[in-house]
Design a protein around this ligand. Sequence first.
Ligand SMILES: Nc1ncnc2c1ncn2[C@@H]1O[C@H](COP(=O)(O)OP(=O)(O)OP(=O)(O)O)[C@@H](O)[C@H]1O
Length: 240
Amino acid sequence: MVISGAMFNLKLICQGVACDRGGRRVLNHVDFEVGSSEALIVQGPNGVGKSSLLRVIAGLVAKAHGSIELHGGVDERSVAEQSHYFGHLDALKPLQSVLENLSFWRSFFEPAPFGDGKERENMTELEALETLGIAHTASLPAGYLSAGQRRRLSVARLLVVPRPIWLLDEPTSALDKASEEVLLGLIANHIHSGGLVVAATHLPLNLPNTKFLNLSPITTESEHMFADRDLDDYFEQGED
Ligand SMILES: Nc1ncnc2c1ncn2[C@@H]1O[C@H](COP(=O)(O)OP(=O)(O)OP(=O)(O)O)[C@@H](O)[C@H]1O
């Protein structure tokens, strides 16, 4: 494991990133830098590509152009392997208990260092459930949870395995006011303890050390379409 970079600080650098979805260019020329103890808030109208950008960083969608690098991280691991991705879907097995779901994710994710040489303590499954106020659901099948409780269980995944980069897609959706406050507190703690956050949101998030990336719709036809693809290609491609 090689930890590189001056001062052991992390810096996530995106340069000239483009992304195509369903045969159409949805992101072009995206540049940003965000470092340890900072949050980048990605904003823009519906369909502008906020989720796509997070999915590209998380390694779930291929980029068409550009580079995404983490300076100061673990060279042998991809950015995705040093990130937690918190998307729209909850990725829970409905027949397994809440505790079993969380234990699975804890064993599945490998922890990643924060680039400052300090060990991070992870919470136990029960501590994480208590923090999110759903410890009483521990033995219930995850399929019995309400939408907000499922969301809280997804947040618990971020707490049981320390990883420096949190990629958050509309993190407060489906949460009530109290849970939203808890989540914002957890995100703020993550930032204060040297973590790095990239969050896509339509709502103002009261977080420390934020900077903003405003995405604009791609308007010209030449940038929108790549190659001479037609609808048959689109449907054959069977994108995720
Ligand atoms: N799997 C997919 N296949 C084809 N096109 C897709 C796919 N996923 C997203 N798109 C398209 O990519 C564009 C960007 O979508 P994306 O979800 O990234 O936008 P967004 O800014 O997050 O939107 P919102 O604010 O509504 O969540 C949209 O035009 C969408 O239709």
